[in-house]
Write a protein that binds this ligand. Structure first.
Ligand code: ATP
Ligand code: MG
Length: 577
């Protein structure tokens, strides 16, 4: 039994300065953690208990799908990172250091390189595949803006798993198992979540899913189909929607290309205002240069934004042109259009514009636009592509219903890597025919510390945290209002022991403090079930039970108290399974 009189838990009354989000504030106030430096935290006794419980749930779900736990070091020789090419590619987020022999190291932000090296030469035969190894280890990323406490820190605990396969089919099967395991982890942590299509970013690979804890404070924006049976859900970075931009027809202009004087600032809002039309009747232009040095102008519906993730995939290295570069290329800022662009400039247009017969576009001349510009007749489109970020009013690409938008905290992400690392690092196995083949790999990351904060972000109220019984520092708190009273001591010991005997975790507030302080502290910390033993109750043969989540209070006879607690806790745990 955790005795609070013997627990280092300096809770705070005041909201700490520079903690914006509820989870950040409450974890500090409830004495779960303390800030050491920007994005670096120490876990106090209550915090480490929760961290261990989350780790254990993650471990159980990994073990249940046949993954094997190991432990790899945080300190990684730079050599490994040179082999994969990521010493340079990872950029300033990679924490680097040099030892006394002038050897360079990285503090692990992730472990694809190390795991690949680890199995190199020792995992040799197709007969030993598939194999999935994981560990739960501290990770380091020199985030440009560490913020929101544990949600975006520079040191954080991650579970990362890596799988090795001889066929894509085998990878697909394992990916599905991870997907299900991640869903179960979310359920067991009590998280409201959605798996979403995502960008694979730095890690690489094509197929990937992010697990998003839904929260207004989340940094990720999600596009979701309102129809659960359809289930389309994607990170806005990659979401596709069906947009319906409209043509702008000038009365009496028939089918002609018409030059309009538009003496306004070259913005879409100004143009739409000037012509008294909606922004979706205009076409927006955006110029840039890709890694190969080719200049492209992108055309998208005026009411949509160009999506940088999609553009990067289509035109690797694409960077907006500076004013000077635009001028040098013969492009007119604010008035670019596809008709009469300088030769050599590639025209790339959003697919949604394919259905628009007449475009309203810049005339490549300051102060003028063209109406009635018809693709195919007045200009050629070199490439049609999905270029835009989904916007309000766009339809689900699967079922056509209007998409809805929510925010989420990415608590985990799973990836199909393919042969990216095994090829770059030359790591192979012997197939059935005795031929060397690069491993087909997958990797699966879960943020242990981030998910801890995500739970608090979802489950709290004005009084404090509301821990799910699966991961609370203890499931039952016995509040002894008169800790020196002998009957109270005997009773709390007996009830506590009985519940611990049934496998529940119990804490006892035996501190010499006022009842008001104890109740406030209990709600701040958020023990799921609270049992109060006080003088008045004892005299009447009754104890008070309170469920933190609902605030519901009830009285139980002393003799029934332990059983009543056990029953409520069982019910809470059942709801989390
Ligand atoms: P983000 O996009 O939020 O920066 P990421 O996509 O770079 O995260 P992954 O490489 O997918 O992160 O890492 C796996 C998991 O590790 C994430 O899903 C998240 O839960 C956790 N994680 C990543 N970066 C951080 C961080 N700075 N602080 C806390 N947890 C993190
Ligand atoms: Mg991620």
């Amino acid at each position: 039994m955790l005795k609070l009189s013997n627990c280092y838990m300096p809770t705070l009354k005041e909201v700490p300065v520079d903690a914006e989000l509820a989870s950040h504030q409450l974890l500090l106030r409830g004495a779960f953690m303390r800030k050491v430096s920007s994005g670096i935290y120490a876990f106090l006794p209550l915090g480490i208990k929760v961290l261990h419980r989350i780790s254990q749930i993650v471990r159980e779900e990994m073990d249940a799908i046949g993954n094997q736990e190991l432990l790899m070091p945080i300190l990684q020789p730079a050599e490994l990172w040179h082999q994969s090419g990521r010493w340079d590619d990872y950029g300033p987020e990679l924490m680097r250091l040099t030892d006394r022999h002038e050897h360079q190291y990285a503090l692990s932000p992730t472990q694809e390189e190390m795991i690949t090296e680890l199995v190199h030469n020792e995992l040799r035969s197709y007969k030993d595949l598939p194999l999935c190894l994981y560990h739960i280890q501290w990770k380091y990323r020199d985030e440009i803006r560490p913020r929101f406490g544990l949600l975006r820190s520079r040191e954080f605990l991650m579970k990362d798993a890596y799988s090795f396969h001889a066929s894509q089919e085998s990878l697909n099967q394992h990916y599905d198992l991870e997907y299900q395991a991640y869903s179960r982890i979310c359920e067991r942590l009590g998280l409201a979540f959605r798996p979403v299509e995502a960008d694979s970013g730095q890690i690489g690979g094509k197929v990937t899913t992010e697990f998003m804890a839904l929260a207004d404070a989340g940094e990720a924006e999600l596009a979701l189909c309102p129809d659960e049976t359809c289930g389309y859900a994607a990170n806005l970075e990659v979401a596709t929607g069906i947009a319906h931009p409209r043509a702008y027809e000038i009365e009496g202009a028939d089918d002609r290309l018409t030059k309009l004087e538009t003496p306004i600032e070259g913005t879409i809002a100004a143009l739409a205002g000037f012509l008294h039309i909606d922004e979706d009747q205009t076409v927006k232009a955006f110029s840039g240069k890709d890694a190969a040095g080719r200049i492209s102008v992108l055309f998208v519906p005026g009411d949509h934004e160009v999506n940088p993730v999609k553009v990067e995939k289509l035109l690797p290295g694409f960077m907006p042109l500076s004013d000077a570069e635009m001028e040098a290329a013969g492009l007119v800022k604010g008035y670019m259009g596809p008709v009469g662009l300088p030769t050599g400039v590639q025209v790339v247009a959003d697919r949604s514009l394919q259905g628009v017969k007449h475009w309203l576009v810049g005339a490549n001349e300051p102060g003028y636009h063209l109406a009635g510009a018809a693709p195919g007749r007045d200009f050629a489109v070199d490439q049609w592509a999905d270029l835009v970020t989904v916007a309000d009013g766009d339809l689900c690409p699967h079922c056509g219903r209007p998409l809805t938008f929510k925010r989420g905290i990415e608590v985990g992400q799973i990836f199909q890597l393919g042969t990216k690392y095994s090829e770059s690092m030359g790591v192979t196995y012997m197939d059935e025919d005795g031929k060397e083949q690069p491993f087909i790999m997958g990797c699966y990351g879960w943020g242990v510390t981030r998910s801890l904060a995500a739970v608090v972000e979802q489950l709290h109220d004005a009084d404090g945290m509301i821990w799910p019984a699966s991961i609370a520092p203890a499931q039952l708190l016995i509040v002894a209002l008169d800790p020196d009273d002998e009957q109270s001591q005997t009773l709390s010991r007996e009830i506590g022991q009985e519940l611990e005997g049934l496998g529940f975790s119990v804490a006892l507030d035996d501190r010499a403090a006022r009842p008001g302080f104890k109740f406030k502290d209990a709600d701040l910390i958020g023990w799921p079930l609270q049992l109060t033993i006080g003088k008045r109750g004892l005299a009447a043969g009754k104890l008070e039970l309170k469920v933190r989540a609902s605030g519901q209070k009830s009285e139980v006879a002393i003799a029934d108290a332990a059983e009543a607690c056990a029953q409520l806790l069982r019910q809470m745990l059942e709801e989390l399974s």
